[in-house]
Ligand binder design. Structure first.
Ligand code: ADP
Ligand code: MG
Ligand code: MG
Ligand code: MG
Length: 400
């Protein structure tokens, strides 16, 4: 039994040395802290001699946000390590392997993925990943199906809901995504040149109704174990491999929230192309690639999910004709609505994305921001009427 303390690099090395069957007893280890330091420490431990390495991720008992410090439960480290291990049972090739979890230190020991890059960075360099849609569509279909009442015993599922109660991290989502952006909250971070667009959103009661409905779904629908923070900064990628990391926001919620988060981040990069591709034809071509990827992600998800349903669902009520179609259409509608919410909050909420904020040219950045807001608000307003992913694509393509 140890007591919690935030590890120093020397302590991280000492801890790594003690792990069974990883490093030699006399190994000369080095450590580098590579996290961004807001919520968690991430130590990259290497043994030059053998070439072996691993990652220690340790939760801090607070989050640093806008200069202030707010307490945050260490239990999220348990949730993250248990979610990673559960996801690995459905698709081991799509998540980092977890070697150990140390409760008292809120520490997860996992596979080093430094040969991959964070996808947000890859997209900002206009790279293309032809296997990505297949990988992530499969990840979402498997993790969302096999943790739902369709893919597991309903009584076991209820117990699993209890395993992943995550009220403090859910509150961050509830406030930052479904509340603050729709009123003049001190948590917002509004640039002066966007004041008119933001004021219009604060007055738009038709929009607020749709957000309130989506918020209610997020609060009440224990449908599947979500990743909970599935943006392109939570994905490590290289040409032949995709790995989903950082599920500390995992909880039982609506499937469309994960799918929508992912699609929103592809669409934020789409909007950000105002600043990242200088050549008109090149920009149009990369945008075409992004929209094709959005469509393929949904298409793979739907195909895989239907296959799992056809093969693995055994209860007679779920085999009722037309039920599967009804179900997937509802997931599509919620995906579109949550995607819109995820886009809006990244433009003037508390926390933004580098795709947009990294644009140096002020007029290009403003154009990208207004485009993202136009797409995001249209998706939210349209979501309950949607019947095809093509409608999301058309909204993105036609937004001015
Ligand atoms: P946080 O919850 O603080 O955002 P992440 O799990 O996203 O933590 O990790 C933060 C950063 O640490 C990542 O962007 C990545 O650069 C690095 N990192 C995290 N996990 C790994 C890993 N398994 N292999 C290599 N680098 C990692
Ligand atoms: Mg981070
Ligand atoms: Mg992260
Ligand atoms: Mg995180």
């Amino acid at each position: 039994m140890t007591t919690y303390r935030a590890l120093t690099e020397a302590e991280a090395i000492a801890y790594a040395k003690e792990l069974p069957n990883i490093f030699a007893a006399d190994a000369q280890l080095t450590s580098r802290e590579i996290g961004d330091g807001n919520l968690n420490l991430v130590f990259h431990i290497t043994d030059e001699q053998s070439g072996r390495s691993l990652i220690l991720k340790q939760a801090l008992p607070y989050a640093k946000v806008v200069g202030e410090s707010w307490p945050l439960t260490l239990d999220r480290a348990r949730i993250e390590s248990e979610a990673l291990q559960l996801q690995a049972s459905f698709c081991p090739e799509l998540v980092p392997h977890v070697f150990a979890y140390e409760k008292d230190l809120a520490l997860t020991v996992m596979e080093d993925l430094s040969d991959h890059v964070i996808m947000r960075k890859g997209l900002m360099e206009n790279n293309r990943y032809p296997l990505f849609a297949g990988h992530i569509g499969t990840f979402m279909a498997r993790t969302l199906f096999y943790t739902s009442d369709l893919g597991m015993n309903q009584q076991k599922k209820k117990l699993q809901v209890g395993q992943f109660i995550n009220p403090e991290l859910c509150k961050i989502t509830e406030d930052l995504i479904f509340d603050d952006p729709y009123r003049d909250s001190p948590n917002n971070n509004v640039e002066a040149h966007l004041k008119d667009a933001v004021a219009a959103i604060w007055k738009d009661h038709d929009l607020h109704l749709e957000v309130a409905i989506l918020r209610n779904t997020f609060l009440t629908r224990a449908e599947s174990l979500l990743h909970g923070d599935l943006h392109t900064g939570s994905i490590f990628i290289k040409a032949d491999s995709t790995k989903v990391i950082d599920p500390e926001f995992a909880y039982y919620g609506p499937m469309g929230f994960d799918i929508g988060a992912l699609l929103a981040n592809l669409l934020l990069n789409y909007a950000a192309q105002e600043g990242w591709s200088t050549d008109e034809a090149e920009r149009a071509d990369y945008r075409k690639y992004l929209l094709e990827t959005v469509k393929e992600v949904w298409t793979v998800f739907e195909r895989e999910f239907r296959t799992l349903w056809d093969n693995d669902v055994t209860d007679p009520m779920s085999e009722t004709p037309a039920y599967q179609d009804w179900y997937l259409n509802r997931v599509l509608q919620e995906t579109i609505g949550f995607a819109g919410c995820k886009m809006v909050r990244r433009i003037y909420g508390l926390s933004h994305v580098a795709d947009i904020d990294g644009i140096e040219d002020a007029s290009a950045r403003e154009k990208a921001q207004r485009l993202a807001l136009a797409i995001g608000t249209s998706l939210i307003k349209h979501h309950r009427k949607a019947a095809s992913i093509d409608e999301l694509i058309a909204i993105a393509r036609d937004a001015a």
